[in-house]
Design a binder for this molecule. Structure first.
Ligand SMILES: C[S@@+](CC[C@H](N)C(=O)[O-])C[C@H]1O[C@@H](n2cnc3c(N)ncnc32)[C@H](O)[C@@H]1O
Length: 274
């Protein structure tokens, strides 16, 4: 889905929804992260990000903006105990249980001095920020002259099979051929759109694509992923739970006939330097 209605864009960036519902704990984020267990090839995404930071020398400072449940931050601290990694997020609820140093902060206005960090991470989060250009400006402001910014997101074509499954299930619930498209979280800052924002500020932006295929023989990991959009249930013009139930039935039938259900993924990271 590449066309995002204004209502969807407002809902994806709505601070109350993000803090109070979508990321008030890590259940939904963890469901989305764990679907990749069934992906081939499997990428060690935190390891790939850590590898990009090899040029950051010991005792350097790294800030992980929108760190969520700390998936990246924990591994980075393990791989690079010589670095200080600060986690920031607007949602206090998702930070519960994440080891410090941490702070509740908005990417729009980072509570950091200019040129105070050797690297900044903004992983799968810039699509939630209302003013993306401003947040990119903040990331640039807080890193040193030769520092780097690493962002990540998904392609517009990522997991198209799940979008299709949703529309089939929603159509069945509504008694029509195909129901309305589900909300896309990453559409505002997809892998295709991200370079446009980042090249406004950075001289060099390298995109590293990470394609893969998820293969499941049990519907539940896919159902958990689809259900993780529950914070945006009201954006779907179709009863959310009934659509999830119908998707489960379609998946059970598909797996019985074909042995598995496949989902093509395309995510990537963008490494930005001045
Ligand atoms: C999809 S999660 C990604 C978490 C983590 N970076 C990862 O890749 O696993 C998006 C995170 O960004 C946070 N977030 C959204 N808007 C933000 C903002 N304006 N400033 C800081 N964090 C924000 C959310 O609370 C959430 O934890």
């Amino acid at each position: 889905m590449t066309d995002l209605s204004a209502a969807h864009a407002a809902a994806v960036t709505d601070r109350n929804r993000l803090v109070g519902s979508a990321y008030n704990g890590d259940r939904d984020l963890a469901a989305r992260q764990s679907l990749y267990r069934w992906q081939t090839p499997r990428y060690d995404l935190p390891g790939i990000v850590a590898g990009q930071l090899r040029e950051v020398r010991g005792r350097g400072w790294v800030v992980d903006v929108g760190c969520g449940n700390g998936k990246f931050l924990r591994q980075l601290r393990r791989n690079r105990p010589d670095l200080t990694v600060l986690g920031l997020d607007i949602a206090p609820g998702i930070l519960a249980g994440v080891p410090g140093p941490l702070a509740v902060a908005d990417a729009d206005r980072l509570p950091l001095a200019t040129a105070s960090a050797d690297a900044a991470l903004a992983l799968h989060m810039l699509y939630h920020v209302p003013d993306i250009a401003r947040a990119v400006g903040e990331l640039s402001r807080v890193v040193t002259r030769d520092g780097l910014v690493v962002a990540s997101t998904n392609s517009d074509s990522d997991k198209a099979e799940l979008d299709d499954l949703w529309q089939r299930a929603a159509g069945d619930v509504l008694g029509i051929e195909r129901g309305p498209a589900r909300i896309s979280l990453s559409a505002r800052f997809s892998l295709e759109k991200a370079p446009v924002f980042l090249e406004e500020v950075f001289g060099r932006v390298e995109t590293i694509e990470l394609p893969g295929t998820i293969t499941v023989r049990d519907p539940e990991p896919v159902i958990a992923h689809m259900s993780s959009y529950r914070a945006w249930a009201d954006q779907h013009d179709v009863p959310f739970d009934a659509t999830i139930e119908r998707a489960r039935a379609i998946l059970i039938d598909h797996i019985a006939r074909n042995g598995a259900f496949e989902v093509n993924c395309l995510g990537g990271i963008l490494v930005c330097r001045r």
